[in-house]
Design a protein around this ligand. Structure first.
Ligand SMILES: C[S@@+](CC[C@H](N)C(=O)[O-])C[C@H]1O[C@@H](n2cnc3c(N)ncnc32)[C@H](O)[C@@H]1O
Length: 590
């Protein structure tokens, strides 16, 4: 997603390494933590620790949209409607030139486009969307409440109301954000109690559990950490990602690499909890509160690559994912933050400073009234979706081109970007020429509709070394009956090590800048690095790369199909289905 000169995506892929580095502040030997469910409430009764539907009242989400799009700090915006209009986010869109918004006196009737009329300081940003509950599986989402023109701004949130990670934290980013969220929740409840003499109420007319929000639109720019109340009130009361999986569920994932990733993630969060425990307990928070808060950020943050920051954007965080989205996000930076602005200001009257903001913008086709507004969280493999967001996208491809065939559907175009340098082996070495396993895999095959998650990939080997070891072992095992035979089948262990070393060295020399970690298959075909490794190994062992790949894929497929029991979480089922479909698709072509 493009944001001026910057692009943001819903999260950075969490797999491999993201969780291995943290927390840096953990005790030298972190004691093992048993999650405890006591979870003393953060402040007022805590919605997320109770048996309650996953969603707070629609009113909370409605109030959130209004709150999120207010809080613009510059005083000139409040009184000079002409200047204001010329710089307001809404005025940058084609069809909202009559709109303006202020930081004061916002109308409570959220979502009424009529509020976009120029009517002085009490006018509001004209919301084009409302929050709706879309039912189990999807949760709430944003719905267009009028026809929206291409490029029109749907929500515009000042950066002062974006909950952003801190750049120099020693903790994992989500743990650092989680503890601040819990503190903010604690403080906003305390403030509410002080102002209204009562605790926050937690049920609405329809009996849905969820904190009620007051009409107070004060934000963090005025109230500090206590000012996040309206956003916190609209957060889902429960989020389920693999951080909550029990051992049996982790095993159901079938894939050893992903299982390990989940375990690393779980341990990382437990370690962070231990570090933060005294502070959390001081606020009356327990393990469940912390887990909830961490999962809130895993499932709702954008990642801004140039700053390395994670951003949770109130209101925009209600947009669900689609591989064919009708909207996008962009980060607009204040000209005041641009180099040269001050110098220019000395020679000419500068334009009024425009606050930095995070916009949700309609796509090129516009959006019809009543349609769900969706964005793309990125084109990640299904494990990334599962690990962070707790779901696997189901609108997959039904026709796939394998091995570099034309991507007329556009579905597979982004997969390459995930796999760093996936084709560099070919580029660097031209190795293999004709016999490359990937080069000759071609298909145009119908698969079960929706089975393969768009952008999915299948890890075939963790790294080049594992690939070489596996190939040697598999080859020798297949030759073992022929005792006394010359060649690799008759190798002693020492020879095996030598051969392995020689091949690994050859691989590294062939592409020294490549890490050769996570060798995969995608709808685009075989990762070029995997292709290169298989070719090198096959030359040493006198086995076809295609044969090696076929038996490895059969083994990987067996990992997934061998999963026992009834799936307790639909996301696990979809994950396994997606991987099986991809493996079968490629096997069918070998
Ligand atoms: C950024 S939030 C979107 C708003 C969320 N539905 C809510 O009710 O607050 C991301 C979460 O929404 C859900 N979600 C988003 N897109 C989805 C999709 N295409 N299919 C299923 N669930 C989705 C997942 O639970 C995910 O963790």
């Amino acid at each position: 997603m493009i944001s001026g000169n910057r692009s943001t995506c819903m999260h950075r892929c969490a797999t491999r390494s993201c969780f291995r580095r943290f927390p840096r502040r953990i005790p030298a030997r972190a004691p093992s933590v048993r999650p405890r469910t006591s979870a003393a409430k953060v402040s007022a009764p805590s919605s997320h620790t109770e048996e309650s539907p996953a969603f707070s009242a629609a009113a909370s989400a409605g109030a959130l949209l209004q709150w999120a799009c207010s809080g613009w700090p510059e005083p000139e915006y409040e009184h000079d409607s002409r200047r204001h209009r010329s710089t307001s986010p809404a005025s940058t869109s084609a069809s909202s030139s009559d709109s303006l918004f202020t930081s004061k006196s916002l109308h409570p009737n959220v979502g009424d486009p009529a509020n976009g009329k120029e009517n002085g300081p009490s006018a509001v940003f004209p919301l084009r969307v409302a929050a709706r509950d879309l039912g189990p599986g999807r949760g709430r989402g944003l719905i267009a409440i009028s026809d929206v023109a291409p490029g029109e701004i749907l929500l515009s949130v000042p950066l002062t109301r974006v909950f952003t990670s801190q750049p120099d934290s020693e903790l994992h980013w989500s743990a650092e954000m989680a503890v601040r969220l819990l503190r903010a929740k604690h403080l906003s409840a305390q403030q509410h109690q002080k102002q209204h003499g009562e605790a926050l109420q937690y049920s609405d007319d329809e009996g849905i559990q969820g904190p009620k929000v007051s009409n107070d639109l004060t934000g963090p720019e005025v109230a500090g950490e206590a000012g996040w109340g309206p956003w916190i009130a609209a957060l889902p009361s429960a989020v389920r990602t693999p951080l909550e999986y029990e051992e049996a569920e982790v095993r159901q994932l079938g894939c050893p690499y992903v299982m390990e990733e989940v375990q690393v993630m779980q341990q990382c969060v437990r370690d962070c909890y231990e570090v933060l425990r005294p502070e959390l307990e001081g606020m009356g928070c327990g393990w469940q509160d912390f887990l909830w808060a961490v999962q809130i950020f895993h499932s709702r943050c954008f990642f801004e690559p140039s700053s390395g920051l994670h951003m949770c954007v109130p209101g925009v965080d209600l947009a669900n994912h689609s591989p064919q989205p009708n909207a996008a996000v962009r980060l607009q930076h204040s000209p005041g933050a641009c180099q040269g602005y001050d110098a220019l200001a000395e020679v000419a009257e500068p334009p009024p400073p425009e606050p930095s903001r995070f916009d949700l913008v309609a796509g090129e086709a516009g959006i019809r009234c009543g349609e769900e507004v969706t964005i793309s969280y990125g084109r990640w493999p299904s494990e990334a979706f599962l690990l962070l967001f707790g779901f696997v996208p189901t609108t997959g491809t039904s026709t796939a081109a394998i091995g570099g065939g034309d991507d007329s559907t556009g579905l597979v175009a982004g997969a390459k970007s995930y796999i760093n340098g996936s084709n560099c082996f070919n580029a660097n070495t031209n190795a293999g020429g004709s016999a490359g396993a990937g080069a000759s895999i071609r298909a145009d095959v119908a698969t079960g509709a929706g089975a393969i998650s768009p952008g999915d990939s299948l890890t075939v080997f963790r790294d080049a070394e594992e690939a070489v070891h596996w190939c040697l072992a598999a080859t020798m095992a297949s030759r073992r009956p022929r005792v006394g035979q010359q060649g690799p089948g008759a190798c002693e262990e020492e020879d095996v090590e030598k051969i392995t070393e020689a091949i690994v060295r050859a691989v590294v020399e062939a592409a020294p800048e490549d890490s050769f970690v996570n060798l995969t298959l995608t709808l685009d075909g075989v990762d070029g690095r995997l292709q290169g490794v298989l070719e090198l190994v096959s030359r040493h062992l006198d086995v076809g790369p295609r044969d090696l790949l076929r038996s490895r894929l059969q083994e990987r497929l067996g990992d997934f199909t061998g999963v026992q029991g009834v799936y307790r979480d639909d996301a696990i089922k979809l994950f396994v289905q997606s991987k099986c479909a991809l493996a079968r698709l490629v096997l069918a072509q070998l």
